[in-house]
Ligand binder design. Structure first.
Ligand code: NAP
Length: 559
């Protein structure tokens, strides 16, 4: 009964460290870990101890006997990662190195104080790493009253198990030394220089909040949007609650075929009654209930072998939705299968080759994967009525009617006030997380980055664990070597400063009150019903119990 890793794998590697027999790969020290689409359990070496099940933050691991029908392909997928061995077992000793905790050399002048800006996975993993060290203080700043970034506002609502990683994050917020300053925007309410007066270092883990834009005629017309805006809309992000998503036409087109495109296409054709059991925003559910869309075309500019979606997501999609290809695209799949050698690509192509043909009549709303289509312009007068493509590498024109055109061509990082920015790569220039001046190459004292603003918008939730650990190790090295200036302000001064600038700042108790109110609104039927406006979030936060006097004094809130 070996254990099996399934679709919601977050790749953070926690299971690797928990496994006593080193049977989960690639491990964080192995080539390929950073780009791995998921991790795989070796069925021959697995001793069924279940240690990985407890360690996995997203519940992605089960014994092979407990998988449901949709998960069965993952048995073969895990096994296929390991080469034929003719009876020889892989090493069973504990080989995976546990990254050594970044040992902080304590000083008489007070604890290491770090401000983390952002509260998504990279921020939370960085806090977790720092708080392995006794005495360290982490103050986390987040623009919204709710934390956890794309786990809350990016992971699709029908992927609830992936959202379970928030339990791990909630536990980080309860470690001594952690303080939340939610609803506080660094760059508006507090400056970088002010944060440095109160901390030894400021670590930005602000993600990539913008979208890459497709510069073709017609984008911006009514009926166009980006897929990431739609993701934020159906996830109840307050900035996108009023997005107009028009589903009155039978076809929607998504340009680009990464995992975000798959998420959006799946939600657009899902049965609203099933979505009603998730934490999808009510406003999105209401629009989806009136939808006339019965085909979502995901159009890629390259061929099937270069599909940007990952294998686990393709397996998950084809297990739950009708997915079809045109005859010409099936031909492209056969052609690519004839030449592809990489096992991962071959595996994707094998799945694509077994999909239905678009010429067969649809029995329910479905997704069509289309290839070698380069978008040329969006058609329409006042609002979208289609897209004009060329067949990639030729002048041959293809027209496709549609009432909604979404680009899904990737996220894009945004410049941070007072820090350098590499506009081409849309990241903050850095060396292993230390922000560097692009002219001189010298480190910018006290400034660090982790996550997408450090390495660009790639990878999965768990990829941020090793990314954040690298940054934290460098930060602690700099602290230990005396390269970081002592903060000029006393630790207790920060809370007063924040309250003076942002009386509506929300603390961890406020977040817990919002969380509890959302879960209560969900009742028996739904995991939660989210608040989608900041004032509603603040009203719920105000119901947090007042901390006892001694805690308020400690937190410097008593004025
Ligand atoms: P992505 O994986 O980078 O895919 C971008 C897509 O846009 C590719 O198909 C790309 O095609 C296409 N594209 C780029 N420029 C284009 C242009 N000018 N014209 C036409 N097409 C263009 O981006 P993403 O889907 O936004 O995902 C971002 C990251 O989040 C990825 O690492 C993804 O795996 C991750 N994510 C994971 C999950 C999950 O695990 N469930 C869910 C969502 C997101 P080319 O390949 O030809 O450039």
């Amino acid at each position: 009964m070996p254990h099996v890793i399934t679709q919601s794998c977050c790749s953070d590697g926690s299971c690797v460290y928990a496994c006593p027999v080193n049977c989960i790969h690639p491990s964080p020290d192995e080539p390929g870990f950073a780009t791995a689409e998921m991790l795989y359990i070796d069925p021959v070496a697995c001793v069924d101890c279940g240690a990985c099940v407890s360690a996995c933050p997203v519940g992605a691991i089960s014994p092979d006997t407990r998988l449901d029908d949709k998960q069965l392909p993952f048995i073969e997928l895990n096994a296929a990662f390991y080469p034929e061995r003719e009876g020889k077992l892989p090493p069973t000793s504990k080989l995976a190195p546990v990254l050594e905790a970044p040992e902080v050399h304590r000083r008489g002048s007070g604890p290491l104080r770090v401000a983390i800006v952002g509260s998504g996975p990279a921020a939370m993993y960085a806090a977790d790493e720092l708080l392995t060290q006794p005495g360290v203080q982490v103050n986390m700043f987040e623009r919204l009253p709710t934390p956890y970034g794309l786990v809350r506002a990016g992971v699709a609502p029908d992927h609830q198990s992936t959202k379970r990683v928030t339990r791990l994050f909630d536990s980080v917020t309860q470690i001594r030394g952690f303080t939340f300053y939610l609803n506080v925007e660094v760059g508006t309410h507090l400056s970088h220089a002010e944060l440095l007066e109160h901390h030894h270092a400021v670590l930005y883990a602000v993600g990539a909040p913008d979208d890459r834009r497709l510069e073709i005629d017609g984008m911006g017309m009514a009926g166009t949007a980006t897929a990431t805006e739609v993701v934020a809309w159906f996830n109840g992000h307050p900035d996108f609650a009023d997005l107009s998503v028009e589903l009155g036409h039978r076809r929607a087109v998504i340009i680009g075929n990464g995992n975000v495109a798959l998420d959006v296409a799946r939600i657009l054709i899902s049965d609203p009654n099933q979505l009603a059991a998730t934490d999808i925003a009510d406003h999105a559910l209401a629009v989806l209930r009136t939808s006339r869309v019965d085909e979502v075309v995901i159009a890629a500019r390259r061929g099937p072998a270069d599909s940007a979606f990952t294998l686990p997501e393709l397996i998950g999609l084809t297990a739950t939705c009708d997915v079809v290809l045109d005859a010409a695209d099936h031909e492209l799949v056969r052609r690519d299968l004839g030449t592809a050698t990489d096992p991962l690509t071959r595996n994707k192509l094998e799945i694509l080759s077994k999909l239905g043909d678009a010429s067969t009549p649809a029995t329910r709303p479905r997704i069509r994967l289309a290839y070698r289509l380069t978008p040329r312009r969006v058609l329409g007068d006042l609002r979208v009525d289609g897209v004009e493509f060329t067949v990639t590498g030729t002048d041959e024109v293809r027209l496709m009617s549609a009432g909604l055109v979404l680009t899904s061509i990737g996220y894009r990082g945004k410049a941070i006030r007072d820090l350098p920015f590499d506009d081409a790569a849309a990241v903050v220039p850095n060396d292993g997380g230390r922000v560097v001046d692009p002219e001189s190459g010298d480190p910018v004292p006290g400034a660090y980055v982790a996550g997408w603003i450090k390495r660009g918008p790639t990878g999965f939730i768990g990829t941020n664990k090793s990314c954040a650990a690298q940054t934290v190790h460098h930060l602690v090295d700099d602290y230990n070597s005396g390269a970081l200036s002592e903060p000029s302000a006393a630790p207790s001064a920060l809370a007063r400063l924040v309250r003076s600038r942002r009386p509506d700042a929300v603390d961890a108790a406020g977040w817990r009150a919002i969380d509890a109110a959302e879960v209560a609104r969900g009742g028996e039927a739904r995991p939660r019903v989210k608040f989608t406006s900041v004032p509603d979030m603040l009203t719920a936060a105000a119901n947090a119990p007042t901390p006892p006097l001694h805690q308020r004094l400690l937190a410097g809130l008593w004025r």
